[in-house]
Design a binder for this molecule. Structure first.
Ligand code: R5P
Length: 296
């Protein structure tokens, strides 16, 4: 079987790391804007299986080139095209929270399912949707967990008294999966969202943070509002040190600075989205899933 990995330049480093781990060739996808703002896309030579690497942060500008690239690979002879989207966009809008809102998760899932034969992503934010398969109907949909990768990293950053704190009930799955191999204590808070950048956090028992280091764990850091709200309460509760780790860090430089200014240090994430905090490679976990499903 012949497999090649195709990538957009925004993900060159991560895609090349993955291809090298898999021992397969990787080819850049050429893109440029036409004067009218439309996208020109040209892919390299197709093999029978094409892995297309495109992390879907800042997705609105990426979706059209992605669909064009998939179509060009198909035209070039690929009979199986698998999207490797380490970060999968629009998963949080899984229903219309008030009348007139688009259900973005459903729209994006259908678009992907119409162009690809498989989808691999890392810790998708599925809240009310039972599985990734329900998001991308009719194709092979694979969720890779970053928990083991993060736990290995935390092994050198934590002490036996470190308290792992998740901001809300949704985070429990990730916090528990990371804490278990390390044998660390867990505390899960309650979160109420007040706006795009504002949340209220309640600690179940702030005395548990007293006199010990705390590691905040979440799937996504976006504006940083959630982690900042947690950190303020934990510091008031006597935490000696506060750091944070997430699967995906979407935060821009200014929002990351606000985390550091608020005493959260370090802030680390996997490289599902390239950025200053993204120093934990997810490539080995992706490679394992790709091999397990015989995509190479
Ligand atoms: C949502 O529930 C996610 O798990 C994260 O907690 C959320 O996306 C973080 O967003 P922000 O950094 O903007 O507070």
């Amino acid at each position: 079987m012949s497999t090649t990995l195709h990538y957009f330049m925004a993900n060159r480093a991560e895609a090349q790391r993955l291809a090298s781990g898999l021992g397969i060739a990787s080819l850049p996808i050429e893109t440029r804007p036409f004067p009218d703002g439309e996208s020109f896309v040209r892919v390299g030579k197709s093999t029978s299986t094409a892995l297309l690497y495109c992390s879907l942060d800042r997705p609105d500008a990426k979706m059209v080139p992605l669909l064009l690239a998939a179509s060009a690979l198909r035209d070039g002879g690929a009979n199986r095209i698998v999207l490797i989207a380490p970060y999968l966009c629009y998963m949080r809008q899984d229903r219309a929270f008030s009348a007139g809102e688009a259900v973005s998760q459903r729209v994006i899932g259908k678009l992907i399912a119409a162009s690809f034969d498989g989808l691999i992503t890392v810790d998708p934010h599925l809240h009310r949707t039972p599985s990734l398969q329900a998001v991308a109907p009719g194709i092979v949909a694979i969720t890779v967990s970053a928990a083991a990768t993060i736990a290995r990293t935390l092994a050198t950053m934590t002490t036996p008294d470190t308290l792992l704190v998740g901001p809300d009930e949704e985070s429990r799955q990730w916090v528990d999966a990371i804490a278990a191999p390390l044998g660390l204590d867990v505390m899960i808070c309650t979160k109420t969202r007040r706006g795009d950048r504002t949340v209220e956090i309640a600690l179940p028992d702030k005395s548990r943070a007293s006199g010990r280091p705390v590691m905040l764990v979440d799937d996504i850091i976006s504006s940083g509002g959630t982690l900042n709200a947690c950190a303020r309460l934990l510091r008031a509760g006597g935490a000696t040190r506060i750091s944070a780790v997430a699967t995906h860090c979407l935060a821009n430089g200014k929002d990351l600075d606000s985390l550091f200014e608020n005493g959260i240090d370090p802030v680390r994430a996997t490289d599902t989205i390239p950025g200053p905090a993204a120093d934990i490679s997810i490539a080995p976990a992706l490679a394992e899933a790709i091999c397990a499903h015989n995509f190479v």
